[in-house]
Design a binder for this molecule. Structure first.
Ligand SMILES: [Zn+2]
Length: 623
């Protein structure tokens, strides 16, 4: 077995693929299909290595911070007009640790204030764990929560999921429900967006400097934070990492203490990203409870990922609704001055429905704006179209649904695939397979959905999106689409790689009953029904049997390894990770939740196209 095979082979992520194919994606429609996945590149695995050691800087000889870089004044670049963010105050360089503490307390209050009119989307995906002799702790059941979090004075949230779904979920939680409920009511897993919303100060806490440490590219000062005696229940207890330029907290790790009677606080690891000048915005929170060593009986054992995005979404107020009405374009860009034929009118009408839905889902914080990931998706769709001589009157577009549950759907000629599904697909052929099903619906004319061309049907609150939009097909159309999809695949560059699709479907089947929440779709048809895979079943028998002991057999990836979302502007991009060798069956973690370990970088220091809401701030002022 070659070394190469011992890496998770995720061709689609390999940077060579991304670079090479995007460049020519435009020509693809009229030319040869692109062999997007020619050789399995050693890959970008999805495992966020929880053990990646953060390099410790040379031990400071003097605990005083006098050697800290003279602080560059907080990046005081002009903020774009559309994003009214107060510039952070410029900070004089601190000379003692006490001053550093004062500074990050002040910056924390500044962050709370800056975000107080924001209502980001918050998603928590939780897997309860049971011990498997071979694979270690594996998911036994799962839970999913999605809502909008109001970060104002009265912290509040609105759920996107329907009441009955929530009811069902709390029933499923069983003995865990009471515990969970206690935690979930105020903010639950998203509590640790701040250390302490109201009383983060010296009256309530003691701060102890520990050391310096690099988090990614960012040098940090590390402090332990403990609540003072008698400062009340539910105070932050743990560690904070503070970057040494503007003295913002970039990571919090710990729990709350002491717990009220009959309740319990989860442990959390909370990460922030420098997405706008001067501020580090809460982005990822990992929670974990339980002892995962063999033989231990846990009452509660789970892993949960909380992701926050959509900071730049408008609040769903009536006032805001009004301000969003804009007259952008008055020019009719129709190619000709002729009248529309009945067929043209029909197509215009469908386009209008499609545009309405895409626009509305984007505004609700559920759809990423068009971006890098779409170039990859579109390349794969093009490959299918070209080899099958598909010539549609309107081009097929793709978009990324920002949520974790595994789903695809299409509206008009737009194919939508969820972030979670792109994450877990092992290779490009599997991506092609799930896209081919939606392409088949389009080719077969299943996606009329023209009721959404009426704009009144777009007037609903963001949190009722799932009640107002739906793109499910009847079983007959599902079967027809699957049949057509297999035909499309067999004529495509992926024809020789359908064994991998079969493996993925087997892996999905193996976990289908445990991952009910991940497999519950909210807008499209589910991939499984009653614990049985019902998508592309003709391919399920393809390929070898699922074998956990084969380290080179990667049937499905963990969540979070492919797509990363900019929590400020919702842009999605492909994760760039270095290959990590799989050394045991436990490393495979198909469909599983892992800790977060984002590579921290300062705003503008690493101008990934998606990382920067504006480039204006990257220019040093005064030049
Ligand atoms: Zn379908």
């Amino acid at each position: 077995m070659s070394i190469c095979n011992r890496f998770i082979s995720a061709v689609l992520l390999a940077s060579a693929f991304i670079g090479a194919t995007i460049a020519s994606a435009q020509q693809a429609a009229n030319s040869q299909p692109q062999q997007a996945a020619q050789q399995p590149a050693p890959d970008a695995t999805s495992q966020v290595p929880p053990s990646q050691p953060a390099a410790t800087s040379p031990a400071p000889t003097d605990p005083a911070v006098s050697q800290a870089q003279p602080s560059t004044p907080a990046v005081a670049a002009p903020t774009p007009a559309a994003v009214a963010i107060p510039a952070p105050p410029t900070t004089p360089a601190p000379t003692t640790m006490d001053q550093v503490v004062n500074l990050f307390i002040e910056r924390e209050h500044g962050l709370i204030k800056m975000l107080s009119n924001r209502t980001p989307v918050v998603e928590t995906y939780l897997q309860n764990l049971a011990n498997d002799p071979q694979l270690g702790p594996i998911p036994s059941e799962d839970h999913y929560f999605l809502g909008r979090m109001d970060m104002g004075e009265t912290v509040d949230r609105k759920d996107y999921l329907k009441e009955e779904q929530k009811g069902m979920q709390s029933r499923l939680l069983g003995g865990f429900a009471k515990l969970y409920k206690v935690q979930y009511q105020p903010l639950g897993f998203s509590w640790m967006v701040y250390a302490d919303r109201t009383d983060f100060d010296r009256e309530h806490y003691d701060f102890h400097y520990i050391r310096r440490e690099f988090m990614g590219d960012v040098r940090c000062l590390v402090f332990d934070v403990t609540p003072k005696k008698g400062s009340g229940r539910g105070r932050f207890l743990g560690r904070v990492w503070v970057e040494d330029q503007d003295y913002n907290i970039v990571r919090l790790n710990g729990t709350y203490y002491p717990a009220p009677r009959n309740s319990y606080f989860f442990h959390m690891d909370s990460w922030r990203l420098n997405l706008i000048p001067g501020y580090w915005v809460p982005s990822y929170i990992y929670s974990e409870e339980g002892d995962f060593s063999a033989g231990v009986k846990n009452k509660t054992a789970f892993k949960a990922q909380t992701r926050i995005w959509g900071y730049d979404l408008k609040k769903g107020d009536k006032d805001d609704e009004l301000t969003q009405i804009r007259v952008d374009s008055v020019k009719d860009e129709s190619a000709s001055a002729q009248d529309a034929s009945p067929l043209q009118a029909e197509r215009e009408w469908q386009q209008q429905a499609e545009d309405n839905v895409v626009e509305r889902l984007t505004r609700a914080g559920l759809l990423a704006p068009e971006g890098d990931v779409d170039h990859i998706l579109q390349t794969v769709v093009n490959n299918l179209e070209v080899t099958n001589n598909i010539d549609l009157p309107r081009p097929v577009r793709t978009r990324v649904l920002l949520t974790a549950p595994l789903e695809t759907f299409s509206v008009g000629n737009t194919i939508v695939i969820s972030r979670g599904l792109v994450d877990v697909l092992p290779d490009e052929a599997s991506l092609a397979a799930v896209l081919s099903h939606e392409l088949a619906h389009i080719v077969l004319g299943h996606n009329l959905g023209s009721k959404y061309a009426f704009n009144d049907r777009m007037l609903f609150s963001d949190d009722s999106t799932y009640q107002n939009l739906g793109f499910k097909h009847i079983p007959e159309e599902e079967q027809a689409a699957d049949k057509k999809a297999v035909d499309l695949l067999k004529n495509s560059p992926y024809a020789q790689k359908l064994d991998n699709v079969g493996l993925f479907l087997k892996a999905l089947q193996a976990r289908a009953t445990q991952l009910n929440a991940l497999l519950t779709t909210h807008l499209g048809n589910p991939l499984t029904e009653g614990g049985t895979v019902n998508r592309l079943t003709a391919l399920e028998t393809q390929g070898p049997a699922l074998d956990n002991t084969k380290l080179d057999q990667i049937a499905a990836l963990p969540l979070g390894g492919r797509v990363k979302v900019n929590p400020w502007d919702d842009k999605a991009e492909m994760v760039k990770t270095a290959p990590v060798a799989i050394t045991s069956a436990r490393d495979k973690m198909p469909f599983e939740v892992t800790p977060f370990y984002p590579r921290l970088a300062r705003y503008g220091s690493n101008i990934a196209p998606n990382a920067a809401p504006t480039t204006a701030a990257n220019t040093p002022s005064g030049n």
